[in-house]
Design a protein around this ligand. Structure first.
Ligand code: ATP
Ligand code: MG
Length: 497
């Protein structure tokens, strides 16, 4: 047949075919671009997926997409998968993420984007894939999810047995190698961007705070009471359920700077193995943001709001400035925030502790002090003689036995207000216990003299009555301190009996 055509005819036919194809392709492009203009984006993607559905052969597999978040909260299955899969690395996996901090016992292994892990459960073969995609505007950021694929006939087994098994295993693994995390919304080491933080998520670092109840210098009876309270709280899941109360506990820690409020929170976290969410209220710009932020905290955690007296002022000022132009100001107020926390707290999450700290209990919004709001008010006081003994043993490894300085320091501590932070600082100044103790004696004497001078200076400016009142006040405050010590001793002695 080919011999019946001359070569010029063949080339003519070929070129006319080519030009016909070119005009077809051109018109297809035109149709496509018209379709792009005329058909809305959502309808177009629906049509594309419908085409894909009809022209792709039916697969025997089912794939479950497990997103990082469920709405505003974290997806428990996603979190469990992350932990569980780190122990299921198969020989086929090509890229992994590896990290370890000083406090961790083992390496943390995570999947890289697109990597696969094959797992087995009884007779079911399961494939996990880690997927990262660009998030949608305006918040952007990465959207992460796992895809879990298996044969459709095993759907019930996977949902009823395999996934609960993954959740359970993840809990076990987390308990074994629990590293306590400190979450913050202004965390300088966080990899999350500002947009994500605004959306309510937290950056975290590993909490390396060494404070424990053993290293805390505070009234021993008070310390024991706090530990007992925490333990009772942990034991009482069924009780909280029975009485219809949310399984939560609130503490207000108050006392001067350097008396160990933040150290106590770290000690609580280390004791309970709970993460800390450090919520700077000044970084929250609206009720909605606060709600998102609180909803993205996890169970078995401490929500910490430091310097609550200052937060309230700053918040109000911030909102006043922001809403200057509005005649009717509806800003964030502390009581509004507390109501929001109360509301959310009674409706979601378990095993949560909330801690407020303040240097000035008397400046706090009365809403916070309302009965029933905080379960315990804990006074972190100046260094007592018991506190000093604990610090001396921790910092210098010495006890009061055969050490004449102890009696002098005891008497100075009973008449001077020194914080545990100040005492600790003095004790750290030398490795030689005698030099360090002498340094502390000198420091306490200086403090006592300064306080006496100040009282006298104030008194000289007033009349005779004023001066006597001030002297009397100084004596009363010293007697009060002595009484606190005697009370503590009585409690201890009663306990010993
Ligand atoms: N009760 C304490 N026992 C042992 N060490 C303490 C105690 N209080 C303070 N310190 C030491 O002083 C440092 C500062 O204490 P911390 O930050 O806990 O005080 P704070 O009460 O939270 O102060 P602020 O009100 O300024 O936040 C601690 O890191 C610790 O070394
Ligand atoms: Mg503090």
């Amino acid at each position: 047949m080919a011999a019946m055509f001359s070569s010029s005819e063949i080339s003519k036919t070929a070129s006319s075919l080519l030009s016909a194809y070119a005009s077809f392709a051109g018109s297809m492009m035109l149709v496509r671009s018209m379709a792009n203009e005329l058909i809305p984006h959502q309808l177009r993607s629906y049509l594309y997926s419908a085409f894909r559905y009809f022209f792709t052969p039916l697969s025997p597999d089912l794939t479950l997409a497990i997103d990082e978040r469920c709405g505003m909260s974290k997806n428990q299955v996603y979190e469990a998968a992350e932990v569980y899969l780190s122990t299921r690395i198969s020989p086929k996996t090509e890229r992994l993420k590896l990290s370890k901090t000083r406090k961790q016992k083992h390496f943390t292994i995570g999947l890289e984007k697109g990597e696969l892990i094959v797992d087995g459960f009884e007779d079911v073969r399961l494939t996990w894939r880690f997927v990262c995609t660009e998030g949608q505007k305006p918040h952007g950021g990465e959207k992460k999810h796992f895809e879990l694929s298996f044969n459709k006939k095993h759907k019930d087994k996977v949902l009823d047995f395999y996934l609960p098994y993954v959740l359970h295993k993840a809990e076990e693994i987390k308990k074994q190698d629990k590293v306590i995390k400190l979450y913050s919304r202004q965390c300088p080491f966080s990899c999350e961007d500002d947009n994500e933080r605004r959306g309510g998520s937290w950056g975290s670092i590993i909490l390396e705070h060494p404070a424990t109840f053993d290293t805390l210098a505070m009234d021993p009876a008070l310390k024991k009471m706090i530990i007992d309270d925490l333990e009772m709280f942990l034991r009482r899941k069924a009780y909280y359920n029975k009485v219809g109360k949310a399984w939560k506990r609130g503490y207000l820690l108050y006392g001067p700077p350097g008396t160990g409020k933040s150290s106590l929170v770290a000690a609580m976290a280390n004791y309970l193995k709970f993460d800390i969410y450090d919520l700077g209220l000044t970084s929250v710009r609206s009720d909605a943001e606060l709600r998102r932020t609180l909803l993205s905290t996890t169970n078995r955690s401490i929500l910490l709001i430091e310097d609550i007296d200052c937060s309230s002022e700053v918040l109000e000022r911030q909102m006043r400035n922001k809403n200057k132009k509005l005649p009717d100001r509806t800003g964030l107020t502390l009581s509004g925030i507390l109501n929001c926390i109360d509301g959310l707290w009674s409706s979601c999450g378990d095993e949560r502790i909330i801690v407020f700290t303040t240097n000035y209990k008397d400046r706090i919004d009365p809403a916070l002090l309302r009965p029933g709001r905080m379960d315990l008010h804990i006074n972190m006081s100046y260094c007592t003689t018991d506190g000093f003994r604990l610090l001396a043993s921790n910092y210098l490894g010495i006890s009061s036995k055969h050490n004449p300085s102890f009696a002098e320091i005891d008497s100075l501590l009973n008449s001077t207000e020194a914080t545990p932070a100040e005492v600790a600082e003095e004790l750290m100044k030398s490795d030689d216990p005698n030099i360090a103790l002498q340094g502390l004696v000198n420091f306490l004497k200086r403090k006592r003299d300064e306080a006496d001078n100040e009282t006298e200076n104030k008194a000289t400016g007033c009349g005779e009555v004023g001066s006597s009142v001030r002297r009397l006040n100084a004596i009363v405050s010293r007697v009060k301190r002595l009484k606190t010590n005697v009370d503590q001793r009585k409690i201890m002695m009663r306990k010993r009996k």
